[in-house]
Design a protein around this ligand. Structure first.
Ligand code: 9D3
Length: 233
């Protein structure tokens, strides 16, 4: 799978993708991450990507022309069955495990990262296939959000995760109906007594049927405590 990141801050992505699962997937050529500088599709001396809002008001708006030309150059003769273009936007539907799985089905995903007060509406309506927000809080731009999407999608691709942590049995895994699951069970490692905080005895005793039962129950209780919204649906 090939990820394209379109941004005015290409250096932003030097770092976040260079560690752990995502970096290893890129080294093994299971994924390819191409960062594109939006200013490459400007023609004026100052490489202008923004302009003042029609109708007046505060702040600047990203111009449609560099964004349209960039996407058309990066994905020429774009095939909507194999390639997806998403505008990272605070106003998009919320990104979740279900959307991550959906994006993992495409051969190429291009994430447009906005800056300034916003992006010309025609980009969301007529250039991108969809808009994606990673949560109801205000970020300074789409770059951090795009890195989140790349990470969540990459780890779902065949061969990316080791047998260590299969993506099947983890927090927010979906059941067969595509419903959101519950949280993962609690995990403990040595020592069995850390400053008087004891690991549950059942995990030390080695009865694997009992351990399975305990983990199922503990996962439900943890979900009730931390994410009750996942249960009452
Ligand atoms: C200050 C202007 N905001 C009005 C309250 C609107 C606004 C414009 C631009 C809010 C955020 C942004 C920049 N954010 C993103 O580009 C963004 C984002 C986000 O802010 N939250 C969650 N997901 C995303 S994806 C892209």
């Amino acid at each position: 799978m090939k990820f394209h990141l379109l941004t005015i801050f290409p250096e932003f992505f030097h770092g976040p993708m260079d560690h752990g699962v995502v970096a290893r997937a890129a080294q093994r050529e299971l994924i390819e991450i191409k960062v594109h500088n939006l200013r490459d599709w400007t023609y004026d001396f100052h490489k202008t990507v923004d302009d003042r809002p029609f109708g007046g008001g505060e702040g600047m708006v990203m111009k449609p022309q560099p964004l349209f030309e960039a996407v058309e150059a990066i994905l020429p003769g774009r095939d909507p069955a194999r390639q997806r273009v998403a505008l990272m936007s605070a106003h998009g539907p919320l990104f979740g495990q279900r959307k991550a799985r959906e994006l993992a089905g495409f051969e190429e995903v291009l994430l447009i990262c906005g800056r300034y007060e916003g992006v010309d509406e025609r980009v969301g309506m007529h250039l991108a296939d969809e808009e994606i927000s990673i949560g109801d809080y205000v970020l300074s731009g789409g770059e951090l959000a795009a890195a989140v999407v790349v990470d969540a999608v990459a780890r779902l691709l065949p061969g990316v995760l080791g047998n260590q942590d299969s993506s099947l049995q983890e927090s927010f895994s979906e059941d067969e109906d595509g419903q959101d699951g519950i949280l993962d069970c609690p995990h403990y490692t040595r020592p069995a007594d850390f400053r008087g905080l004891r690991v549950p005895d059942v995990l030390l005793a080695g009865n694997h049927a009992e351990i399975r039962k305990w983990r199922r129950q503990a996962a439900i209780e943890k979900t009730r405590r931390l994410r009750p919204d996942l249960l009452d649906r």
